[in-house]
Design a protein around this ligand. Structure first.
Ligand code: C5P
Length: 216
């Protein structure tokens, strides 16, 4: 069985950064599952599809022409890695991610990332739904304040304008929606190891995951 380490947690808890560094340390590949929901949202937005039309949005998700290579995230031949990080796309992603048929449409695509020698998968339901047999499941949390400041810094570094108070508000709304939805809500998978990264450096958080892995 090809090993998977799942890293789930709320918005901006550092999952993406930690997943990439753990994958690099182990020589494994990485699945950024949030990017698939973000790509669906972007395609919905650009295609003029009604975001309230669940089956039309699921149709968009199942037809997604997406490719990940190195740092690039390609949709229909364009690198949209930066564009999908914008807050309106993230907010729409969280809306369409609540639709069961959208999640179903993306399931096989996510599982196809499980290739030797191993996979680090980050998202909300990696340990609960997509890879329930993963030998190591991490639930990565951080205080809302720490997460909002990190997201603010990240957006500014990418050249977007960002406001801490409105980010905090959006983030809390998104967390509430992700935790309360009926399809694949965000919660720690049974047996998951919780790591609170509020006061940890990136290196220390990566090391905590690798320590857990060495004990599996
Ligand atoms: O992780 P990221 O912020 O890129 O995810 C964008 C949105 O996609 C999240 O707010 C969440 O609603 C949704 N998502 C999800 N399940 C995943 C990954 C992301 O529902 N496995």
């Amino acid at each position: 069985m090809i090993p998977v380490i799942t890293i789930d947690g709320p918005t901006a808890s550092g999952k993406g950064t930690i997943a990439h560094q753990v994958a690099q340390a182990l020589g494994w590949s990485v699945l950024d599952s949030g990017a698939l929901y973000r790509l669906t949202a972007l395609a919905v937005q650009e295609g003029g599809v009604d975001p309230a039309d669940e089956s039309a949005v699921a149709g968009v998700a199942s037809q997604l022409d997406a490719r990940f290579d190195g740092g690039g995230i390609w949709m229909a031949g364009r690198d949209v890695a930066v564009q999908i990080r914008q807050e309106p796309v993230g907010n729409l992603a969280s809306r369409v991610a609540a639709y069961g048929p959208v999640r179903q449409a993306l399931l096989a695509r996510q599982r196809a990332f499980r290739q030797a020698p191993g996979l680090v998968a980050d998202g909300r339901d990696m340990g609960t739904v997509v890879f329930p047999d993963a030998p190591l499941k991490i639930f990565l949390v951080a205080s809302a304040q720490a997460r909002a400041s990190r997201r603010c810094k990240q957006l500014k570094e990418k050249g977007f304008s960002a406001n801490l108070a409105s980010l905090l508000q959006d983030m809390q709304a998104r967390d509430a929606r992700d935790c309360s939805r009926s399809h694949a809500p965000l919660y720690a998978a049974p047996g998951a190891k919780t790591i609170d990264s509020s006061n940890l450096t990136i290196d220390a958080t990566v090391q905590a995951v690798l320590d857990y892995w060495s004990r599996v």
